[in-house]
Design a protein around this ligand. Structure first.
Ligand code: 6PG
Length: 247
């Protein structure tokens, strides 16, 4: 059963996620000496990354034993303003001086996207603890949600939604007319913890559809990890939910 946390505003939401991240990271370090986290792209998590890199928070984390991965990536150069890696680098990684060996960008050379997906799977199998069927198990995967109910690059109607063996796959997103790389359901649903970060009034209708109506038509509804699933919403995104649905 998913947990739903509703914060008054995005800043409070980021603080809740940062504290949640810290709890999971401490347990992971005790358990297997590393914390493996996959970052979400888009614009919502930027504020979280900036908070984690802030003077108030940065010293609370063991960055030397934290490995950063990316749940999806646009097929653009890593220094492109549309790159999820670029966003995370600017907002957090650069100022935290994370060793380059702890950061695993998805390589997005358009001519070799399929190879990049295969290569990334090998990295995950090398770096992460392996669960059932030797599927890498993330300690934490952060995800956002589009107002069409997509998450990572699992867009409505896209072929990747049917992918049940590859862990990382290429996908051509019709509505954006662009290629992407993305984690697939088998990988995401093997995670120990998945945190969904959604803010803003523009997402309220979709949040109601997913959490109340449960239409089943939204890709994000198939995010059902073997571990813990937590929705982190701000009041605007949760404005159409009944009060008894969240804490
Ligand atoms: C991406 C993300 C994508 C994002 C949602 C929400 O690469 O764009 O992986 O799934 O999380 O589109 O984006 P916003 O946070 O910008 O609303």
């Amino acid at each position: 059963m998913a947990k739903i946390s509703v914060a008054e505003n995005p800043q409070e939401l980021f603080r809740r996620v940062a504290d949640y991240w810290r709890q999971i990271a401490q347990a992971a370090l005790r358990d297997h000496g590393k914390f493996h986290v996959a970052l979400a792209g888009g614009s919502t998590p930027r504020g979280l990354y900036q908070l984690l890199a802030s003077d108030e928070y940065a010293k609370k984390f063991d960055w030397q034993h934290t490995n950063f991965y990316f749940g999806d990536e646009r097929a653009v150069p890593l220094d492109h303003e549309q790159s999820n890696f670029h966003m995370a680098h600017e907002a957090m990684l650069d100022s935290l001086a994370i060793p380059a060996t702890n950061v695993f960008p998805l390589i997005t050379d358009l001519d070799h996207l399929e190879n990049s997906a295969r290569h990334y799977e090998k990295i995950l199998q090398r770096e992460l603890p392996l669960g059932l069927q030797k599927i890498p198990m993330f300690d934490l995967i952060l995800l956002g949600m589009g107002d069409d109910g997509h998450t990572a690059s699992l867009f409505p109607g896209s072929s990747i939604l049917k992918e049940q063996s590859q862990l990382v796959a290429t996908v051509f997103v019709e509505k954006l007319q662009s290629w992407r790389l993305s984690f697939t359901y088998p990988l995401i649903n093997h995670a120990s913890h998945v945190a969904l970060l959604v803010t803003g009034q523009s997402k309220a209708e979709k949040i109601k559809q997913v959490l109340v109506d449960k239409t089943g038509s939204n890709p994000i509804e198939a995010i059902q990890p073997q571990g813990e699933l937590t929705w982190f919403l701000d009041a605007d995104a949760a404005s159409l939910l009944p009060d008894d649905l969240h804490f």
